[in-house]
Design a protein around this ligand. Structure first.
Ligand SMILES: O=C1C[C@@](O)(C(=O)O)C[C@@H](O)[C@@H]1O
Length: 148
């Protein structure tokens, strides 16, 4: 049975390519999706790739991934919650409530940036945390969860 990888992206990541390129690089979210498609193909995973600027939409999609997890059909969730990483108890509770195997991902090295980016509500419930590898981190995260 083919397992599915969820890759969920939070607020402002639709602006990748033009948003602070010195921090996030010049590749677009469509380029990131392509990287994830290729990584999933390497491992025989089905990919679900989405972005929203709305916290509740991300919560709903984590629940969706949770239903696949309960059915034994989820390989993992790669979540770049963007700014919600640093603010959202709702996303933390969604991950805890569903038990989805989580890779927390950041394009930039959040620990080398402003102090408010050093705290994550998600790290404590993540199985792995990936940050600082640029958009290549998405492919590395998928390669990593394939080893679980
Ligand atoms: O929007 C983002 C993107 C980010 O998650 C990253 O991918 O490096 C880091 C967050 O602090 C920031 O709010």
């Amino acid at each position: 049975m083919t397992k599915t990888v969820y890759v969920l992206n939070g607020p402002n990541l639709n602006l990748l390519g033009t948003r602070e390129p010195q921090v996030y690089g010049s590749q677009t979210l469509a380029d990131v999706e392509q990287l994830c498609t290729e990584a999933c193909a390497r491992h025989g995973f089905t990919l679900v790739f989405r972005q929203s600027n709305h916290e509740g939409a991300l919560v709903d999609w984590i629940h969706e991934a949770g239903r696949l997890h309960a059915a034994g059909q989820l390989a993992g969730l790669v979540l770049n919650a963007a700014a919600y990483t640093h603010t959202s108890v709702a996303l933390l509770d969604a991950v805890k409530g569903t038990g989805v195997p989580l890779v927390e991902l950041h394009i930039s090295n959040v620990h080398a940036r402003e102090a408010f980016r050093h705290h994550s509500y998600l790290s404590g419930v993540a199985r792995a945390v990936m940050c600082g590898f640029g958009v290549q981190g998405y492919a590395l995260a998928i390669d990593g969860l394939a080893q679980w």
